[in-house]
Design a protein around this ligand. Structure first.
Ligand code: ADP
Ligand code: MG
Length: 322
């Protein structure tokens, strides 16, 4: 059986990389980071808990990928560039095969985004994975939730709802054929953090949030923090490639209030439409305009013809949702 220190050395320690912000990585009491001159640090923590965020027996490669992806998504939502992360891991046992696959999934994404693992903590216990991520961005450039203004357009990146459709398939709320299930499940397990888009939107977008608990709920955070309201065309929301083949009712429900989408919802002045499209093109991420910010509080939903729609049940909440 591996000891705690063998395990850290074997699976979570890699040679220091040249040209990164980490002056000292895994192995001492603290890691040391050297912030770039003129930059602010962006810091975020996200935890994945077995039976809560993922099913028991989930493929460890996918877990390694996803636990870092959801943290990268928070940096993306601020417009920050990833720098480094720490990993706090509680594990029922030290299984070599599981650890190898988990760290493969983790480092694949870490390398893709140039984000270095600089430390963490490892303990025996129920499976629980917690990452704290560090990024940076120029002073004052962060895309904050409190920065939306009346007259802004509301945009969404990529597509919504396929992860929620996969969950419905796993829970047998909906019966999906195996090709649909596979396609939707990939979106659930392998969200693409929209880091390049977040960075490209610096100086163009006003407010941004990443959609983790469902579009309505996460846009709601922007509305509340910015003290504004909005009108959204529910039928303009970009349904995922699998969801789009389902009924209008399901498309609306899962793209409005799905969860696990990890797309960006952001606002930008109407005068910046061309700049938003150019930024999206440069980042290789499609974006869709879905509504507008208004001074009157509250969220109004319409159909494609502008007729009002009943507000659907809102977003996922760990303490109040089933
Ligand atoms: P301490 O007792 O000082 O908190 P630990 O014994 O917990 O230190 O950890 C030893 C070193 O290994 C530290 O540098 C810590 O950051 C690192 N570490 C521990 N667990 C992990 C992990 N899962 N991933 C990366 N680094 C880790
Ligand atoms: Mg420790």
């Amino acid at each position: 059986m591996l000891s705690e220190f063998d395990l850290i050395a074997r699976y979570f320690t890699r040679p220091p990389r040249h040209g990164t912000a980490a002056v000292l990585g895994v192995g001492d009491d603290c890691a040391l980071l050297a912030p770039s001159p003129g930059m602010q640090q962006a810091i975020s923590t996200d935890m994945l808990v077995e039976d809560r965020h993922f099913f028991r027996g989930t493929d460890p490669i996918k877990l390694g990928y996803k636990c870092l992806a959801v943290n990268l998504s928070d940096l993306a939502a601020m417009g920050a560039t990833p720098v480094a992360f720490t990993l706090a891991l509680s594990l029922p046992d030290a299984q070599a095969e599981w650890l190898q696959a988990f760290s493969d999934g983790l480092f694949k994404l870490a390398d893709e985004y140039g984000c270095q693992l600089i430390g963490g903590d490892t303990t025996k216990g129920p499976l629980n994975i917690c990452i704290t991520i560090f990024g940076e961005l120029p002073h004052g450039a962060a895309l904050r939730r409190d920065a939306a203004q009346a007259g802004d357009d509301i945009w969404v990146s990529g597509t919504l709802g396929d992860p929620r459709l996969a969950l419905a398939g796993y829970r047998e709320e909906i019966i999906l054929d195996s090709a649909s299930m596979e396609a939707a499940a990939e979106r659930l397990h392998e969200p693409i953090p929209r880091v390049a888009l977040g960075i490209a939107l610096r100086g163009i977008a006003h407010a941004a949030v990443d959609i983790s608990d469902g579009f309505i709920g996460d846009l709601g955070h922007i509305l509340q923090r910015s003290n504004v309201g909005a009108t959204v065309d529910a039928d303009a929301l970009p349904a995922g490639p699998t969801l789009i083949r389902r009924s209008q009712e399901l498309r609306r429900r899962f793209s409005l209030a799905g969860g696990d989408d990890y797309e960006l919802c952001f606002t930008a002045p109407a005068s910046q439409r061309d700049a938003v499209l150019a930024a999206a093109h440069a980042a290789g991420t499609p974006v869709t305009r879905v509504g507008s910010i208004e001074s009157g509080a509250g969220l109004r939903l319409t159909d494609a013809g502008g007729a009002p729609l009943e507000l659907e049940p809102s977003s996922f909440d760990h303490f109040t949702s089933p």
